[in-house]
Design a protein around this ligand. Structure first.
Ligand SMILES: NC(=O)c1ccc[n+]([C@@H]2O[C@H](COP(=O)([O-])OP(=O)(O)OC[C@H]3O[C@@H](n4cnc5c(N)ncnc54)[C@H](O)[C@@H]3O)[C@@H](O)[C@H]2O)c1
Length: 295
């Protein structure tokens, strides 16, 4: 229960999907958590739910792809809780699923802004504080960053950026006692991987889960468990790792998930009280697109 006792963490995109699970798990393990997201994300709800179960958390709302907002987010952690030990770069979007020659330019720019600029500005702003605490960064990579993502090629590209960016930080910042690692999930049970809540077609959704040897999506809580290990002092010798938690996707050569019997495809129930798994970001939201890259 105390694996992050005394630590202060920022979780970007902490109001929905995997970020909700990371925020709640970190708080349960003793961390004070800045839950950061867009104003229209359920950030305050997650903070209220953490506080109601005895945890410490505060909300930060804004577009983290802007330098000034990212710096204000780091200052919120230091102002409210006195320090910063852990930055989780989890914010991201999945606004389209189209072959490249039909891929909307607007969706590409929205994704670059939200998946890459957020991680750059947040990491840059957090480093001075992380050097003081000998802290660490854990970022959202993906099996898509390793294998590529047909029908959403630029998404895979943004995640490939995260892998190389993380390894660069790990090599560069080790001399300051700062670690940096990446989690590489397979398809997770959030809004993104369901045709009803995201841009995937029925066909893409089927291929996505059948490409997983375990034959199912991972749960947000299963991914949060990996973030917890990498962020904790238990991982004191781990830096520059891309930790795949993907049900075997990156070692699979076929649609082997289709062979898994139904009872083995049941997702574990988990212990966290998650209420925002499907409240994620799956379209170009005009109100968030203000700070676009091409301006
Ligand atoms: N869901 C999956 O199958 C999957 C697989 C591999 C990797 N990942 C990675 O995990 C992370 C979380 O995915 P998810 O499915 O939980 O997504 P999600 O949409 O449920 O949550 C991400 C949150 O980040 C917020 N966000 C995005 N850009 C932001 C910005 N500029 N400022 C503030 N908040 C911002 C979104 O609004 C959203 O609330 C992403 O980085 C994603 O690439 C997800």
């Amino acid at each position: 229960m105390n694996r992050l006792q005394g630590k202060v963490a920022i979780v970007t995109g902490g109001g929905a999907g995997v970020g909700e699970a990371i925020s709640k798990l970190f708080a349960q393990e003793g961390a004070a958590v800045v839950v950061a997201g867009f104003p229209e994300d359920p950030v305050q709800a997650v903070v209220d739910e953490i506080k109601a179960s005895g945890g410490r958390a505060t909300a930060f709302e804004g577009d983290l792809s802007s330098q000034a907002v990212a710096e204000a987010c780091v200052q919120t952690a230091v102002g409210e809780f006195g320090q910063l030990d852990i930055l989780v770069n989890n914010a991201g979007t999945f606004p389209a699923a189209k072959e490249l020659d039909e891929y909307p330019v607007e969706a590409f720019e929205y994704m670059v802004k939200n998946n890459i600029y957020t991680a750059f500005h947040m990491s840059r702003a957090a480093l001075p504080e992380l050097k003081k605490t000998r802290g660490n960064i854990v970022s959202a990579g993906s099996e898509a960053g390793h294998m590529g993502e047909p029908n959403n090629t630029p998404y895979g590209g943004t995640k490939g950026f995260m892998h190389a960016f993380t390894r660069g930080i790990a090599g560069e910042q080790a001399k300051h006692g700062v670690r940096a690692n990446c989690v590489g999930p397979g398809p997770i049970d959030t809004a993104w991987t369901h045709k009803e809540t995201g841009p995937m077609s029925a066909e893409m959704e089927k291929q996505t889960t059948e490409g997983v040897p375990m034959g199912r999506r991972g749960t947000p809580e299963e991914i949060a468990n990996v973030y917890l290990f990498l962020a904790s002092d238990e991982a004191s010798y781990v830096t520059g790792a891309i930790f795949f938690a993907d049900g075997g996707t990156t070692i699979s050569k076929s649609a082997s998930g289709a062979q898994v019997p139904t009872d083995l495809k049941q997702e574990p129930k988990g212990k966290l009280d998650l209420r925002h798994s499907k409240d994620g970001n799956t379209e170009v939201r005009p109100e968030d697109a203000g700070h676009m890259v091409r301006k």
